[in-house]
Design a protein around this ligand. Structure first.
Ligand code: SF4
Length: 387
């Protein structure tokens, strides 16, 4: 059995592939799949493509050939995360500016479960700084088993939600008890990019020969902001694209925030939003992340207002479930360039302009941070024993 190590140092790979095959063979179940942003720029490497090859359309076709009833995109709920987390950022910014009590700033992005786990066990003093927004994987599971199950007219127990993730910590995240209703998890099964590649090979699906397909709707429509979640700096850039326009009520002069991009382990950049200058800290890799959070805990001398942390080098493009890169950073750089290329190719590049997101708020959630949104899309954190 293949055992791979996760950046938390505590989690090992648990292969769910056989359970996925069993679910697909069960005629009483509707089985849907979501694919994370970083998978599409790495899966091709398992089939002999150059690092940085973008295989989104073939990946969707392969998932349809495997037998999934609907093939959806985690980028859709990355956009949803931005609406929730971006609104939370703006609320906390106003609190901070007005000197109000309660969680203010800095705010910490919360979509990396390995890092959340680390904060819960190592930084008890900072347990209230992560955004309460669930990760895109978990938001997907939550809306799939409510909004989408209702649309299909089926019970949540008859819908099986499978994730394809670059990440091993996502398997642990899906099993957290706060992400289940009466014991039925929002996300049932999680496969890594490598496990998906193995399944495609075992089923004799010829990736080269496949035509390209589009994701299904309504949980498959996304923007460029959703896809950049796949690399370090991307989550905060996506949040800034939305927060800037919501706060200033003006269109962004330039969509690409080059100052938030790159590969330095710790980066700090400032973004002016009219009267306020937002200082943003970004770290990837656990050592760098720990150093940045220690600085914030010990007085925050650089006055950082928002922090993005990804436990893996390069962010999710370098996740432990991706094809092995054997420490070759040029491979990560090619995957990162591919992520920005996918973003550039998208007709819509800001989460708040995604019409499918507007529709889910109009028909189901109300507005960002509504009571229903809080119930389905947010979470809370626990202090754990220090290891
Ligand atoms: Fe998973 Fe991405 Fe965090 Fe790595 S950086 S642990 S792949 S969520």
């Amino acid at each position: 059995q293949c055992v791979a190590v996760c950046p938390t140092g505590a989690l090992t790979e648990m292969n769910h592939t056989w359970k996925v095959v069993e679910a697909l063979a069960d005629p009483t179940k509707t089985v849907i799949v979501q694919t994370a942003p970083a998978v599409r720029v790495a899966l091709g490497e398992e089939f002999g493509n150059e690092p940085g090859s973008i295989v989104t359309g073939k990946m969707v076709s392969a998932l349809k050939a495997i037998g999934f009833d609907h093939v959806f995109d985690t980028d859709f709920t990355a956009d949803l995360t931005i609406l929730e987390e971006g609104t939370e950022l703006l609320e906390r910014l106003e609190n901070f500016l007005e000197g109000k009590e309660g969680p203010s700033l800095p705010i910490l992005t919360s979509c990396c479960p390995a890092w959340v786990n680390f904060v819960e066990s190592q930084f008890h003093e900072l347990i209230d700084i992560p955004s309460t927004a669930r990760s895109p994987q978990q938001m997907f599971g939550s809306v799939a088993k409510t909004y989408f199950a209702d649309k299909l007219g089926i019970k949540r127990e008859d819908l099986v939600v499978v994730s394809v993730m670059p990440c091993l910590a996502k398997k642990f995240e899906a099993s957290r008890e706060e992400f289940a209703v009466d014991g039925n998890p929002d996300v049932d099964l999680v496969m890594s990019t490598r496990e998906l590649a193995d399944l495609i090979k075992q089923m004799n699906i010829d990736m080269e020969e496949l035509e390209e397909s589009e994701f299904d709707n309504p949980l498959g429509m996304s923007t460029g902001a959703g896809v950049i979640f796949g690399t370090t700096g991307g989550v905060i850039e996506a949040a800034v694209r939305t927060a800037y326009e919501v706060r200033t009520k003006k269109p962004l002069p330039k969509i690409d925030f080059e100052e938030l991009r790159g590969f330095d382990g710790v980066r700090v950049a400032s973004v002016a939003m009219d009267d306020v200058v937002l200082n943003i800290g970004i770290a990837h890799g656990l050592g760098n992340a720990k150093a940045l959070l220690t600085e914030i805990r010990d007085g925050n001398p650089r006055n950082i207002h928002a922090v993005e942390v990804m436990a893996c080098p390069g962010g999710c493009i370098g996740g432990a479930g991706q094809p092995y890169h054997h420490g070759d950073s040029s491979i990560l750089m090619k995957r990162q360039a591919a992520i920005y290329q996918v973003d550039k190719n998208m007709p819509i590049r800001k989460s708040h302009e995604n019409p499918a997101i507007a529709e889910i708020y109009e028909k189901f959630l109300g507005k960002p941070l509504s009571e229903k949104a809080h119930h389905l899309l947010h979470t809370h954190y626990h202090m754990k024993d220090k290891a």
